[in-house]
Design a protein around this ligand. Sequence first.
Ligand SMILES: *Cc1c(COP(=O)(O)O)cnc(C)c1O
Length: 475
Amino acid sequence: MTPDEFRQAGHQLIDWIADYRRQIESRPVKAQVKPGEVAAALPAEPPAGLATIDDLLADLDRVVVPGAFLAQHPMHYGWFPSNASLASVLGDIASSGLGTFGISWESCPALTEVEEVVVDWLRQLTGLSDAWHGTIHDTASTACLVALLAARERATDHSQARGGLSTHGSAPVVYATAQSHSSVRKAALLAGYGSDHLRIVADVPVTRALDVADLRRAMAADVAAGRTPAAVVATVGTTGTTAVDPITEVVAAAAEHGAWVHVDAAMAGSAMLLEEYRPLWEGVEGADSLSWNPHKWMGTILDTSLFFVRDVQHLVRVMSTNPSYLQSNADGEVVQYRDWGIPLGRRFRALKLWFHLRLDGVDAIRDRIRRDLANANWLEEQVTAAPDWELVAPVTLQTVCVRHRPAGVTGDALEAHTAAWCDAVNDSGRAYVTRSQLDGSWMVRVSIGVEQTERHHVEALWELMQQAAAKTAAP
Ligand SMILES: *Cc1c(COP(=O)(O)O)cnc(C)c1O
């Protein structure tokens, strides 16, 4: 494809995207396909001959859109908002169009330095001190793995430079609650701690926050048994109910054992753009690493996960490799992001953030997040006031966890009722909410925060929930 052919096809594609976004509300939120249906709509053999851009746009309409869950739909209240602001889409296109690759500062100085500056803007916008230095990872899962690798090496005096964990005398231990994200467990296992050395600390009833007294007990018991408390993963805004672990107290408890504290604020980080929400992560300056995802609520398209550390030297010591072909005269003066994480090559991800912040503007992003928080408060009020409805957890951010409990419906019948009305909402195609278990019992999470979701959409959802619950409760 020549640049001129690209220009023409590109205009068509941009038009297609703009139309798709403008008309998104007329489509079902949930993909109405069965397993295998998308694959069956494509030829099994590799394509021979040439297609035009028109052919491909027709295939997008015919195969891809019907097989897509519409995360940008204003009636999507499932899992979490995965916003893809169009301003950030333009940045993503710029990144691909430039076609640069980052394997060292020298391989694209702009890629490294724009990332340094833009990530530092986000540090300032969320009120963090300049003791933090950040980078962009693909996901919060990767950030957690990197944090636990750094913690492991600190706790074992860099055992990787000797015989590794297996020859280190004292087993390092990771602590988190059952409310923490599944990626914490995955990271602990991948980092070699072993599931016997992942402690599930109790969480407090109602708030679901980490129970610091239990953390202290668990750490003391491990020390008494000859193990080393290596890392605590504290969550600000858990996936299930947006619970907030007490960072100040966690940091104090961890400090007594020299344990690393990683703060997982994947979802809630976006709220830290608002000064009035920063008390939620009070004490964060005492942590060792922290991550959050602009690719969730804030709306810089995937994959944009921020990872900040305080001790860059330690991180680089754990992560660096320096083969001869990557060495240059600029070494020592510049940041080499390959030494801050796992991959060697990196995309120019900072452009997505840059375009998003510059074209949409920080004020508009903050206003939108405030709007979503107000919408969640509104729904909380409706649920609280409605007979037979209950809040299952306090509303700390934009997620409202509910149950419909008609008189006389308990036990298995209540479980079945919750599943039934949730499925009825989702199968209608008009909205999507997530079913989730808390203490072994089903509830429904309404996660508000899609860029296009206005108050009237939340009102429509509440109507739909009440209708679905009334219908499925009827004998
Ligand atoms: C979404 C989420 C994650 C995982 O995020 P990825 O970027 O998809 O890996 C981790 N922790 C919390 C609290 C989350 O909400």
